[in-house]
Design a protein around this ligand. Sequence first.
Ligand code: NAP
Length: 270
Amino acid sequence: ICYNILKKRGSDLMRFSIVDRGDENSKRVADTLKKKCFSIGWQYDDEHCEIIFSVGGDGTLLRAIHTYIDKLDEIQFVAIHTGNLGFFTDYTQDEVDHLVYDLKHNKPVVEEFNLLQMDLPQVNETLYALNEVRIESLAKTLVLDISIDDEFFESSQGSGICVSTQSGSTAVNRALKGAVVDPGLKVLQLCEIMPISHKNHHSLKNPYIMNDNRKISVRGDTLAYAHVCYDHLERDLKSISEIIIHSSTKKVRFARYRTYSYLTRLKNLY
Ligand code: NAP
């Protein structure tokens, strides 16, 4: 009953939690935000929260999402940057009062992003990412046979591959010379990482932007030497020879209380 009442009253009474970057400044901002949320009647509740505030940077938001990965259906995120405005962060640390005003007086627009899903069928394991998954080995050349929708596409030889989401297109994908993708476009982007290039081996080498209903299968014995990096996390691939990457039905939700200018955020990057 309590849960329904809280829901009905919307922004008046919410259960919240805070994930901060861990540095002194972010902790101080998180503490201020917590007190101000108490002052508008919100309740701090780590276990049954409806709103998570992330205080730090885009990286902090990724950590918050993975901390609550099993509860994403119940949660919306609001992120505060303690540096320049990032891609997931809507307020800077100087705008905490503005944020609390918005929490009290405004209804948010909820923006959803499908996570990227990576299945490891041999060990029955599933991993998720908001930005990207990378299959990488810097020491050993990987030979990765890539199929798309069960049709063989290419054998990629090099340090690995990166599959990024639209929201991850400005992260490692961009450092790999992948394209920045406008919000709202439902695509995945496949980039090779340091592909081998000589007359006996050919692969696309350019970034491939594809519909997000595609399924990318990666197979090969050298996978066992690789690591998979998913957002800030990683796992070794010993005994793995097959990986399937696709857009997940699992979503992360952002509560947007103010206008979202993607161009402003993009211009902050360079
Ligand atoms: P991290 O310190 O959490 O983040 C590394 C940098 O990437 C930070 O400047 C972070 O911004 C920024 N970032 C994260 N997501 C972004 C996005 N969607 N668009 C633009 N910038 C973004 O590093 P980590 O723990 O190693 O890895 C977490 C994520 O960082 C990964 O998903 C990866 O994409 C990204 N990363 C990028 C590079 C690169 O561009 N060469 C290198 C390493 C990692 P904040 O300062 O706002 O947190």
